[in-house]
Each structure stands twice: as structure tokens, then as C-alpha cells.
Write a protein that binds this ligand. Structure first.
Ligand code: AHM
Ligand code: MG
Length: 301
């Protein structure tokens, strides 16, 4: 049995980076408990995107902040639920996170997740996803899992009897089974090319697997080793919905490390996009390389 922290030790990960990742792992365990028992109602506040916050959004953010503030190697954090990046100490590590992605699915008991990106930086502005040292997400579903990359492949851990233990030592895009997770079908109203892509997927008998949560949807692609998730732009949302720093970049690092691909649907690697503001959005096509290439061809003709 290999635990999360033992795994990092075995891989020879720098002790400071290891301590950041272990703090995040501890926060995931606490959020997992909170989801089971806490109120699923509204917090009575909105975030900077004007989205209503749930009590659980606020609580998850607080749990992560508290863990990171205890860790002296962490100097900076940025959360999808906070308006600005926050200096929390003098340490060199900077952590950005979406504390509870897909939280509107909590009340109907569907899977949700947390997403984390780890940099060495004193501001996130001007960084690119390529500069990340590690990224991970947690899935709170029937099981609680963590999918992690320290830029040396992708692995999965499962929470068992209070410990995260290695449950998959090689998460990889391995096959060409046809599976699609098409986000933002509203774009079909104005984007005939997205309709054509949809028709292609249906005629080619792709399997539809879409939960409404980016974390479980991409987790499925990684663990099944095939498929694609799309969230395109359209005139009402010229850069789509999903946030570059908090959602798209960390997920893209994991997908590339698993042998897949992630672009802004217009041919640019997500990890090469410069972060100019914390709330920056980007369209995203992410999954098996061949699937992303096919989708881009449809969208850009
Ligand atoms: P959130 O960060 O407010 O939870 O929004 C992100 C979620 C993603 O998990 C999901 O892919 C997307 O929103 C779905 O959005 P929509 O149903 O509005 O198209
Ligand atoms: Mg989110």
C-alpha cells in the first residue's frame, strides 16, 4: 500500500513541494467530509463572476486557505471564490484553486471536485500554465479520489480508511474508443460548426458521457483513457465560461501528462496562454489528441 505522501517521497519530490501537495491532500479529506454533512444551501453572497455562492463553496475555500496558511513554504494563493490573489507568507510556492467546481450539482448528489495548480511565483499575472510544477484535482463521488501530476505522468489515489492510497499508477490516454462530453450546447444556436461537430459525433456513434461537472467529465476521460470534453465560445460568451488559471490550465497539465491534448479550440495550447487576469476565461477542447484535432477541424472550417 503506497500512501500519497510516501509516493511523493519515493519519486524524490522536493520536500517543500511535497509539503504543499500534502497540505492540499489534507484539505481534500476535510472537504470530502464537509460535503457529506454540511448544508447544501446558499451562502447569501456572490463571487466576482456574479455567481451565487453556496455555503459549501465558502466552506471549501476556507478549509483550503486554512491548510495553506499553516504551511510556511506557501507564499501566495488565489481562489476562484476570492476577488484577488492573497499573500499569505514569505514562502516561494503559489497555489491557485477552484475549491468546489460544479457546486451547483451538490444538491442533486452528483459528483463535484476541487482543482489545484502549483507554481513557484510571487504573482500569477504573467505566468503560463507551462510553468506549473504540479497540478491535481479531487473527485467527490461515490469514492473520493485525487488525480495528480508532478510532471512525470499521472497517478490516482483513493481515500480508504482515512488515507489516500495509490489506486492507479499510470493514468493514460490509451485507446480510441469514441466518447464525447459536449459542454455549452447553447453555442449551437449561433455556431453551425458546433452543430456539425455534434452531428459527426452522433453519426459516428460516439457514447455521450456528460455530467455537467468539468472535474468528473475529465476524470472519466483520463481514467477510461479516451474521449473528449469541449466547452466552446460563442457570441454571448466570447471566451467560453471556464477559467484559465483555476480550471483549464491545471486540467490541461494533467491531460498532456497523460498523453492527451488541450487547446483553446483555435489551435493554441492552453498551457501556452499567458495569464493576464485571475478571472480570465478560455474556450477549451481537451482529451485524446486525435479527438481534439478532429473537433478543431470542424470548428475552424
Ligand atoms: P463553476 O466553477 O461555477 O462550478 O462552473 C464550472 C462548471 C464546470 O464544472 C462545467 O463544465 C461547467 O460549469 C458547466 O457549465 P454550464 O452548465 O453553465 O454550461
Ligand atoms: Mg469552477
Amino acid at each position: 500500500m503506497t500512501t500519497f505522501c510516501n509516493f511523493l517521497e519515493q519519486k524524490g519530490i522536493d520536500s517543500e513541494l511535497k509539503s504543499v501537495l500534502c497540505s492540499l491532500k489534507d484539505s481534500v479529506k476535510k472537504i470530502s467530509e464537509a460535503i457529506k454533512t454540511a448544508d447544501t444551501g446558499r451562502a447569501g453572497s456572490t463571487n466576482i463572476y456574479g455567481e451565487e455562492q453556496l455555503a459549501l463553496d465558502v466552506l471549501s475555500d476556507r478549509i483550503i486557505q486554512d491548510e495553506l496558511k499553516k504551511n510556511e513554504v506557501v507564499g501566495l494563493l488565489a481562489s476562484e471564490e476570492l476577488p484577488e490573489e492573497t499573500k499569505v507568507g514569505d514562502g516561494p510556492y503559489a497555489v491557485c484553486y477552484d475549491p468546489l467546481d460544479g457546486s451547483s450539482l451538490v444538491d442533486v448528489n452528483l459528483a463535484v471536485g476541487s482543482i489545484f495548480g502549483i507554481y513557484k511565483a510571487d504573482t500569477f499575472i504573467g505566468r503560463k500554465g507551462d510553468e506549473m510544477l504540479a497540478s491535481m484535482f479531487a473527485v467527490y463521488g461515490p469514492r473520493t479520489t485525487i488525480v495528480l501530476t508532478v510532471k512525470n505522468g499521472v497517478v490516482e489515489f483513493s481515500l480508504k480508511d482515512g488515507n489516500f492510497v495509490l489506486s492507479n499508477d499510470e493514468v493514460k490516454i490509451t485507446n480510441d474508443k469514441k466518447m464525447f462530453a459536449p459542454g455549452n450546447l447553447r453555442a449551437c444556436k449561433t455556431e453551425p460548426n458546433y452543430v456539425k461537430l455534434m452531428e459527426y459525433w452522433m453519426k459516428e456513434q460516439y457514447t455521450l458521457r456528460y455530467s455537467g461537472g468539468m472535474v468528473p467529465d475529465i476524470n472519466q476521460i483520463l481514467l477510461k483513457g479516451c474521449g473528449i470534453f469541449t466547452y466552446p465560445a460563442y457570441p454571448d460568451a466570447p471566451n467560453g465560461k471556464l477559467r484559465l488559471l483555476f480550471e483549464c490550465a491545471p486540467m490541461s497539465l494533467l491531460m498532456e501528462q497523460a498523453g492527451g491534448k488541450s487547446t483553446d479550440s483555435r489551435g493554441k495550447r492552453i498551457l501556452e496562454i499567458e495569464i493576464r487576469e485571475l478571472s480570465q476565461r478560455t474556450p477549451i477542447f481537451i482529451g485524446a489528441t486525435e479527438e481534439v484535432d478532429i473537433a478543431e477541424k470542424f470548428i475552424n472550417t
